[in-house]
Design a protein. Structure first.
Length: 334
């Protein structure tokens, strides 16, 4: 198995450094080929580590933190911030990937400035995996880029399709464009132009426009959306899950008493909707691996984000995305 060195912004997130340190320890226990670089205040991190020690764990000092309410540009301005130092570790090839559960804008800024974009890509996009009636669906962008141009959305379709091929094992992903109607000519000029661009690329299966009620049908493997729209979809799905989970609490007790088969089905349903089970969302378009975890991540979510980052690193998805973008530009130019 290929080793994976993951830099973790150990000061990022609502429950850092307690959750980040605990999650890192759990990841090391689950995967013997993972190494973690904990980036943050050494004193605080060592207090959380207690007597724990491992040759696959390293503490990297950073004296500053970019908080949830800080500007994204603070990731660049604060030279010794944990998110910047973590990004620099990836840039300098001391780490294979970055996991960050703090300020999303800061993580995007640090990745863009210090790790850089895949050649040809203009803006990165967050790719979240959502459940559907027919299996997982990749939504990109979920909030990295609020001011999109057609070329950005075009690249999201290509990048997310390659991610679905590699990580969801879909031979030829069906790609849909989020719009207010499925008919051609619907939506803004931005969406119409993006649709024409996606339809002109032969190596992806572009199915055209889709609507909000298509998100969870599974008719598409990839949904392309502007960051604002994608983030609304994501947060709505999270809120719906919390409401459903609350309503099903008592039902779960009844199901538990009714038999193993029913309980297994109930657990699969809960697993599909629980963000902590999936860890994080990759920031597609960055030249190296960057994974954005939920700001509320506890140890379980941090652990799964690190393990997910290791799986993505081992899959070769990033190299495939780079080749795909290069091939697309050649196809467009011919």
């Amino acid at each position: 198995m290929t080793t994976a060195r993951i830099a973790l912004d150990a000061m990022g997130g609502d429950h850092a450094p307690v959750a980040t340190v605990a999650g890192a320890r759990e990841a090391l226990e689950r995967d013997a080929e993972v190494s973690v670089l904990l980036v943050g205040d050494p004193g605080a991190l060592r207090r959380e580590l207690g007597g724990f020690d491992s040759p696959r764990l390293e503490v990297v000092a950073a004296s500053e933190v970019v908080g949830g309410g800080d500007a994204a540009t603070d990731a660049v301005r604060k030279e010794d911030s944990s998110i910047r130092r973590a990004a620099e570790l990836v840039r300098d090839q001391r780490a294979d990937g970055l996991v960050a559960a703090g300020n999303t804008g800061a993580a995007v800024a640090a990745a863009t400035v210090f790790i850089r974009l895949i050649p040809g890509v203009r803006r990165p996009g967050i790719a979240v995996t959502l459940p559907s009636l027919r299996g997982p669906v990749v939504l990109c962008d979920a909030g990295a880029n609020l001011h999109c141009k057609s070329i950005h959305l075009f690249h999201y379709g290509i990048l997310a399709a390659e991610y679905a091929r590699r990580m969801l094992d879909v031979a030829k992903p069906r790609v849909g464009l989020m719009n207010i109607g499925s008919e051609e000519g619907k939506g803004t000029s931005l969406l119409q132009e993006t649709g024409e661009m996606l339809a002109g690329i032969g190596h992806i299966d572009f199915v055209g426009n889709i609507e909000g009620n298509d998100v969870f049908t599974g008719d598409c493997h990839v949904i392309v959306a502007e960051g604002f729209t994608g983030n609304v979809i994501l947060k709505t799905a999270e809120g719906l899950h919390e409401m459903v989970a609350h309503r099903l609490g008592d039902l779960g007790k009844i199901i538990a008493a009714s038999g193993t088969e029913a309980m297994d089905a109930y657990k699969r349903f809960q697993h599909a909707l629980d963000y902590s089970e999936h860890g994080g969302a990759p920031l597609l378009g960055i030249n190296k691996l960057v994974l954005i975890a939920h700001g509320r991540s506890g140890p379980k979510a941090v652990r799964n984000a690190i393990l997910q980052a290791a799986r993505i690193h081992r899959s070769g998805a990033l190299a495939a995305m780079t080749r795909d973008i290069a091939a697309t530009h050649e196809e467009s130019a011919s």
